[in-house]
Design a protein around this ligand. Sequence first.
Ligand code: HEM
Length: 472
Amino acid sequence: MSSIGSAQSYDLSATAIDPDDPAYRPLLQDLQGDILKPNGRLYATHVVFEFTGTEPEVRAWLSSLADRYLTSAAKQLHDAAAYHTVKVDAGLFGTLGLTAAAYQWLKFDLPHIPRDRQARFIAGMADGSTQAALNDPPIHCWEPWSRRTIHAVLNLFDNNPSALDAAVALIRTGAAGKANILSVQPALRLRNAQGQTIEPFGFVDGVSQPLFLKSDAAKPPAGSYDPAAPLSLVLIPDPNGAGPYSHGSFMVYRKLLQDVSNFHQDVARLAADLNAPPELAAAYTVGRFTDGTPVVLSDQPTGENPPSNDFQFDVDPNAARCPFQAHIRKANPRGDTVRSNNAPLEVERSHRIVRRAFAFQTARPGGGTETGLQFFCYQSDIGNQFEFIQSAWSNMTHFLRMNTGLDGVMGQAAPKADCSRPGSPGGQHWPNAWGDEQKGTTTVDFGRWVSLRGGAYLFAPSLSFFQGLAGH
Ligand code: HEM
């Protein structure tokens, strides 16, 4: 704690920070909200921009956009506390990310472009190296807005969807001559009958997250799963902020289309092949039942609300309860890589990400609706976090053991030029009887029902960066 708030840099190895500690005030006042804690609103709109005006015009416009719409982490926490006591809705909430192309357009030199260790932010999501590393579908399969040069994405959140429409109308007027709006992507929080947030396949979502604040991350008893994370998991010093208190975070945006009807048909086929109830087959693909019950803890949903997050996979070393290819086992192996690869636990935990996804449900051009996730995640290093999870764990067919196959939800095999989704090479192995290793596994290729439709690698800079932008 010695260096926090001083003229020196902050100690980003701190965990369970107390936001009421005055030493953290400058950091939280200059940091965008939604990074350390989700903002909790019901609706979202993602506005995607391409700059067009002169450089001074765009700088001034971005600065005023940030001033008008962005919410600091300090304000978010203050408003949340006020809501808790007097139930006053704080209204519109905003975050803003810039791509490396935006920094270049604004003529920042290389040392002033935020950098992660493998320079993945600078490469960008549409770069050939990224496509190859992630097995992403070719860019001609992405939505047209996402094939253009994206410079910025403004994320607005509110409990009232018409407030978002009104804000977008004003933003359109203000952007004229400075930026094209490439797309306005609406999103919402889907909820089940218990009021829990779900994703479009119907599973409770947003359960397991790295936690940064003292109020969220109480020290768990020995042997329990510890969700606490150091600030360094999501923050880096902002190279263009006003002071040592200025930080930002890399924001990965992926619009992921979900084929809900084929997913459920495939779950039924898997259930029939395994002679198991469909809810158990579904739980094998995600690693949790639709109500969030971890399948490593139970062979049926328990209805616990909120769902348990206190589990590790050491009780199931051979995946007789939770398959290795289950989405949550791939995306956060909770000690598996320590047992299998002798990797230090801290290295495994350094790959964690902060997820902030909302769902979309929009009219399909040819009729009907299409649905999926506007998937956003925050991290301090895109290569070591989002990209590592996608490529080294979810897409890796030899994850932990030979031929475990792709992640049952978002694993990607080498793409096809015709935009169709290839299956899991060699299929995946599913338990014949929950928890009974002696009964062995059946190999079934569970289909690929999530596809990338576009997105970008962004950086959410400090608020003082935007304030200084106009004067540069
Ligand atoms: C449409 C695509 C996706 C769907 C439907 C989906 C669904 C889910 C669900 C239902 C959970 C369990 C509930 C929870 O802990 O919040 C979960 C957890 C998780 N997902 Fe996804 N997800 C998707 C994409 C992704 C992507 C692209 C990543 C990152 C590369 C990712 C990383 C994670 C992580 C890290 C967890 C938490 C694992 C844990 O700590 O136990 N997900 N996801």
